[in-house]
Every structure is written in structure tokens, then in C-alpha cells.
Design a protein around this ligand. Structure first.
Ligand SMILES: NC(=O)c1ccc[n+]([C@@H]2O[C@H](COP(=O)([O-])OP(=O)(O)OC[C@H]3O[C@@H](n4cnc5c(N)ncnc54)[C@H](OP(=O)(O)O)[C@@H]3O)[C@@H](O)[C@H]2O)c1
Length: 281
């Protein structure tokens, strides 16, 4: 088996590529800059370059796909087409697509959700045996400086989700375990699996850090993110939080049988926090 991991220089693709390499698999990691974890063969390609994406699939039997922080529908559709066409031509035996977020049941008009819904559909409807993984919010988001600073200085966990909204948080390590299982377990082709643990509200999450919780206004969150990641990316990310705050209170709480299907145990926020030296609770 040879694995191709998209976004291998990034947060999610990086942890997936590292986990597969640690398992002893041959792993090729795709990114534009050619960054990849140790033990992973780096491969430079832009998702917009169909020929180069096809080259990346040479000799590949299994692929893990996560899309970058790009939400323009035409561009994302081209990325997805290049991946599906190349996987099909290479005779890939299993494609695992991580949507990067849960998918609301009904169409939302929010590009950050709908581009991922269309991508999942394209993969599941292709002849390539595919599995779709839908994570909730990542615990690693809480390691961002603007969250950590509030925890350390004031004992306040600030996050752009209303306090009463339950979230089934997931760690990157558990995403990697889920992806490994989705790539290698029999009988999962065609499945769409929600990932996550036991949902917790904001105050319950904050308690795991010995802190109290404050919901952050989404406009303020977007302004802060724009300074770090640019206005376009910030608008795309903030649009999902805005939708959750306005009408998606159950998006991250839906029962998630995914972990059971994949045979993984999901780390609780308290266990995750306890393993972080910067958490002083
Ligand atoms: N649910 C959550 O809590 C949560 C949190 C964060 C992100 N997300 C979602 O997860 C997805 C990925 O996020 P991430 O945190 O892993 O992103 P990231 O850390 O920015 O990583 C993106 C990776 O993709 C590569 N990349 C970017 N543009 C590319 C292109 N055009 N062609 C080929 N490779 C490209 C990057 O490397 P190069 O720049 O070198 O190409 C990098 O390796 C996004 O869809 C995002 O919305 C969800």
C-alpha cells in the first residue's frame, strides 16, 4: 500500500501523514511548499494543477484528502475534480475525505459548508471507493494564542460558540486515528461518518481547563482572524460560526456513531487539557 496525504504540511494533513508513517506505511505528502513530517515523502503540487495532482498519485493505492482554507466554489470544485479524476485514473482503492467540519442537514447557502458538501458528494458518486469523515470543532483550536492568553491571564476560555451550544470536540490525534481506520478497515466504502466525543457546553468545556466560559461575538472573532489569516479566509471561517450561533445549535451535538464504526476511542476535553503543559488548571 502507498498512501497520498493532501495538506501534509498543514495542521490536519500533517498529523494524518505522521500517523500513517509511524504505522510503517509508505506515505507521500502533498503541499505547494513541499513541507511534510519526517518519514513522509514530500511532493510539491498545487491542487489547481491537474497534471501535477495526477503525478502525485503515481503508485498510490490509498489517499487522505482535506481541502485547504479555500471557500470559493469554482476553485474548490476544480480542486475536487482534479483529485477525483486522478484517483480514478490511478485505480485508488480507498479515498478518505475529511470535510473539516460537520455538514448541516439542509443546504445553508454558506460556501464553507456547501463546497464541502459538494466535494463529499463528488467523491461518493465517483467510481473510487470513498469514505467521508465529518469532524466537529478541533480541540487544537483552543491552543491558539488568543484562547490560551485568556486562559492563562484571566482563567477565561473565550470561543465564538454560544455558551449553551454543545460541541463534540475532537483532537487532531483522534482525527489521525479515525483516518487510519477509514483508510484500512473493510466495509466502510460509501459511508459518511460524523466524528466527535460526548458533546459539552461552553461552561463544561471551560471546567476541563479550570476556567469559566465566555462566548465571543463572531464579528470580533472574524476581525481578529483577518489580521492573522487575511480577510477572505477569516470571512469563510467566521461564516460557519455565524451560522452555528444563528441557527445551527445542534450541528456539533448530533449523535456521532462514527467513532464506533471506526473502532476508535475519542479523547475527552479534560484528558486533552491534562496532557497540555500550558494548561494550568
Ligand atoms: N473544524 C475545525 O475546528 C477546523 C479548524 C481548522 C480548519 N478546519 C478546516 O480544515 C481544513 C484544513 O485546515 P488545516 O488547519 O489543516 O489547514 P492548514 O494548516 O492551513 O493546512 C493546509 C495545507 O494544505 C496545503 N495547501 C494549501 N493550499 C493548497 C493548494 N492550493 N494546493 C495544494 N496544497 C495546498 C498547505 O501547504 P502549502 O501552503 O505549502 O500549499 C498545507 O499543507 C479547512 O477546510 C478548514 O476549513 C476546520
Amino acid at each position: 500500500m502507498r498512501f497520498l496525504v493532501f495538506g501534509a504540511g498543514g495542521a490536519q494533513g500533517g498529523v494524518v501523514a505522521r500517523r500513517l508513517a509511524d504505522e510503517g506505511y509508505a506515505v507521500r505528502g502533498l503541499s505547494r511548499a513541499g513541507a511534510a513530517p519526517e518519514g513522509v515523502e514530500p511532493f510539491r503540487a498545487d491542487l489547481g494543477d491537474a497534471a501535477r495532482v495526477a503525478e502525485a498519485f503515481t503508485g498510490v493505492t490509498h489517499a487522505s484528502v482535506v481541502l485547504p482554507l479555500e471557500f470559493e466554489p469554482g476553485r474548490v470544485a476544480a480542486y475536487v475534480r482534479h483529485v477525483v479524476d486522478a484517483a480514478k485514473a490511478a485505480g485508488v482503492r480507498r479515498l478518505v475525505f475529511c470535510t473539516g467540519n460537520r455538514l448541516p442537514v439542509d443546504e445553508t447557502g454558506v460556501a464553507a459548508f456547501e463546497t464541502r458538501r459538494a466535494a463529499a458528494r463528488a467523491m461518493l458518486e465517483s467510481p473510487v471507493p470513498s469514505v467521508v469523515l465529518c469532524p466537529p470543532l478541533y480541540l487544537e483550536n483552543l491552543a491558539a494564542p488568543w484562547v490560551r492568553d485568556g486562559l492563562a491571564a484571566e482563567g477565561v476560555l473565550r470561543y465564538p460558540v454560544p455558551a449553551g451550544v454543545p460541541v463534540a470536540w475532537l483532537s487532531h490525534a483522534d482525527l489521525a486515528a479515525a483516518t487510519l481506520a477509514a483508510l484500512t478497515r473493510d466495509g466502510l466504502e460509501g459511508a459518511t461518518l460524523d466524528l466527535g466525543g460526548e458533546p459539552v457546553t461552553g461552561p463544561e468545556l471551560a471546567a476541563a481547563f479550570g476556567a469559566r466560559y465566555e462566548g465571543v461575538d463572531v464579528d470580533a472573532f472574524e476581525a481578529g482572524l483577518a489580521a492573522a489569516a487575511g480577510a477572505r479566509t477569516a470571512a469563510g471561517v467566521a461564516s460557519t460560526y455565524r451560522w452555528v450561533a444563528d441557527r445551527g445549535h445542534d450541528l456539533y451535538a448530533a449523535p456521532s456513531g462514527g467513532a464506533e464504526r471506526l473502532g476508535i476511542t475519542v479523547t475527552s476535553p479534560a484528558a486533552w487539557a491534562a496532557a497540555r503543559p500550558w494548561v494550568t488548571a
